[in-house]
Design a protein around this ligand. Sequence first.
Ligand code: SF4
Length: 488
Amino acid sequence: MSNERAETPFDDDALHEECGVFGIFGHPDAGALTVLGLHALQHRGQESVGIVSYDGVQFIAERHAGLVGDAFGKNGQHAHKLKGTQALGHVRYSTTGGSFARNIQPMYADLSGGAIALAHNGNLTNAHKLREQLVRDGAIFQSTSDTEAIIHLVARSHSRQVVDRLVDALKQVEGAYSLVALTAKKLIGVRDPWGVRPLVLGDLDGAPILASETCALDIIGATYVRDIEAGELVVCTKDGIESYRPFTAQPKRFCIFEYVYFARPDSMVEGVNVYEARKRIGAELAFEAPAEADMVIPVPDSGVPAALGYASASGIPFELGIIRNHYVGRTFIEPSDPIRHLGVRLKHNPNRAKLKGKRVILVDDSIVRGTTSKKIVEMVRDAGASEVHFRIASPPTTHSCFYGVDTPNKEELLAHRMTVEEMREYICADSLAFISIDGLYRATGEVKRNAKNPQFCDACFSGDYPIDLTDVDGGRADRQLSLLAEVA
Ligand code: SF4
């Protein structure tokens, strides 16, 4: 799976993170800083961007389809509207049928006791059930986003304080979420009790920041303070930051796929540098699945750190055998048939001079449907490689994610349908190997996976789902619970 992340419809053979969040409180440039923070989080969602700021009198909302730079970069006209010292922003990747303006976060509502803007990264696993109840009780939904269900639950709470109302709402919610809310006087951040999705606390000149990843802090020169902990709720006001633990404690299950693919390699995630973790994954893979070859080449960009780790551990030279065109993106969002036919070649070109007659170890982060992997192996062979040994920096992806990552139905996942040998044959590689699940755990600093109480969420590899799948089990969803799933 190459790291194109929803840039083009002809490459949907990839997993997609659905959202990134950024909030800042008490800084004179809050709006512009939020634009920059979201720009750094663009890899977590490219379909739309929304920012809400508060200028001391009113909330100002800007929501746009497309990339942050396209919406807020050009002449800065939209960014200048975001006045005030506090702001909350969100980038998202839509999973079904395009990006509807009504679903662009943050969601905003005027409630008794004051207004609230809310954005989250993740997915509620009882969203359909909640929505049915709310609609039966008279709620009128403006969107199909499960964030709106949270807003309705906040509105119905009988507590007086906004933080208590938010807690009342979240106690009814199941799923994985890192949520940030903005009111006239507070910036609030919450991680679900399992801590599946990331959320960090930063500081810029005394102004607290909540962001999905530390790369959003780096871009504005902010300091990383700490990760928000699983089940923790923090409230930032002019008087400082308060921390609460309002939920029943659960075993922590951070998403291990953040280390493999989703997070940016320059981010620190749960105290671990993502780039180093990926290199260690490559080293483990070299140890577990060696091959005799002349060179190690990554499928760019996401396979690069693991390929470096593999090369370093095996002593086989690292080479750039595939060159990625970074400028293929939304220009081809609706490609004509002849362009669509070119597929993977629009983005990846083999470095023929390097590959001719060589035995190659090709390293990628994962195999989803297998269609892209097959084309890449074919491309490397056509360029003259004499052998292609495919090494994958994650265990076989056998199950769908229901916690905020867009994955196909499990029936479409190659590893769900085939054995490793069948997959090797399908993609036409000379050999194929995946890192073991224990090897992946070792790369993140664990000794091995604790089978009784896994240290991470690894459900897409193991089928061991830590959080109830109420909507799925109740027959309300036969696939991933999309943030955009239309409810009949
Ligand atoms: S199922 Fe996979 S992608 Fe989804 S949260 Fe768990 S580890 Fe991450």
